[in-house]
Design a protein around this ligand. Structure first.
Ligand code: DGY
Length: 305
């Protein structure tokens, strides 16, 4: 905000999030630039209303909340924040995997609820060890690759599925192997989702794919909620068709404590904190401002869509 104030007249939304559509459509009319967050819907109507709008700077790597086609038609420059959040998001993915396998959050819930009765039973609260497991990565982009790199330290086998196989030398240096989508879901002990959200990936992970998973397998999602057909996942978890899930993203965010996922023990839930480290959020803020400044001048942002 300080940096923005040095250069621009700024108007911010205060009150409940996200900004009501009507307010956004009115407020955008005389603005040259817009900073948006993943929960804002920047659709055709918003873009068309921004008669003076030159640039949109997304405070996120995901830009599925922006109607790119409409923005392109109006020649609006779009900036976003990849790379700077790769490490933080991969760290959270690994954290969720370990938590889920060793039942840390589940144990925390038990202790807080006063349910810790047996001090040390041979088979109480036992979880799974990560070593020797097969991790399947769906989408080997920047974050998927970073997850693979970090996972290797735990003595784990990494397979992946992607639209395109990566070059063999990169596969070798990362220690990953390309498999079909079918094999990924059949062979993995843990499946981690790292594809961007789009029309093509909408509800991509549904009962058809979940059905292929081992009964002992876990699903992790730090990408976007709508990539999973949430009802299908809830059913599979309830019926113990899979062992568990760890989710940082949801179909509609924020989820309430009445959401069916909150009733399940074999699930770890995080409030969309993939990029949420002090260091990363500071870098994202800086990049968002720099992208905005360039976009307003009609120049290419540091990272542009
Ligand atoms: C992003 O950048 O798209 C994340 O989801 C926000 O942390």
């Amino acid at each position: 905000m300080k940096e923005l104030q040095r250069h621009f007249d700024i108007e911010t939304h205060s009150g409940p999030f996200p900004i009501p559509k009507k307010k956004l459509v009115t407020k955008i009319k005389d603005k040259d630039g817009l900073i948006s967050f993943p929960y804002d819907t920047i659709d055709k109507e918003v873009i068309e209303s921004g008669k003076k709008l030159k640039t949109i700077s997304a405070f996120s790597v995901g830009y599925d909340h922006i109607d790119i086609k409409s923005a392109k038609r109006r020649k609006i420059i779009i900036g976003y924040t990849p790379e700077v959040l790769t490490i933080a998001t991969a760290d959270l993915t690994i954290t969720l995997i370990l938590d889920m396998l060793r039942r840390v959050t589940e144990g925390d819930r038990l202790v807080r609820a006063g349910g810790w009765k047996e001090v040390f039973g041979p088979d109480t609260y036992v979880g799974e060890e990560i070593a020797g497991k097969t991790l399947g990565i769906l989408g080997l982009g920047r974050i998927g690759k970073m997850v693979a790199k970090k996972a290797k330290v735990f003595d784990i086998k990494v397979i992946y599925h992607n639209r395109k196989k990566i070059p063999h030398k990169d596969e070798k240096s990362l220690g990953v192997r390309f498999v079909s989508l079918d094999s990924l879901f059949k062979k993995s002990d843990i499946i981690s989702i790292h594809v961007p959200y789009s029309k093509e990936t909408h509800e991509f992970v549904n009962k058809k794919l979940i059905k292929k998973m081992k009964k002992t397998a876990f699903l992790v999602n730090t990408a976007r909620g709508k990539i999973i057909k949430e009802n299908d996942l809830v059913l599979a978890l309830k019926q113990k068709k899979i062992a568990g899930a760890a989710l940082d993203v949801f179909y509609n965010e924020p989820i309430s404590n009445k959401h069916p996922l909150t009733k399940l023990q074999n699930v770890v839930l995080a409030p969309h904190i993939g990029s949420s480290s002090v260091k990363t959020r500071a870098k994202m803020a800086e990049l968002t401002v720099d992208n905005l400044k360039l976009g307003i001048l009609g120049k290419k942002p540091i990272y542009s869509v």
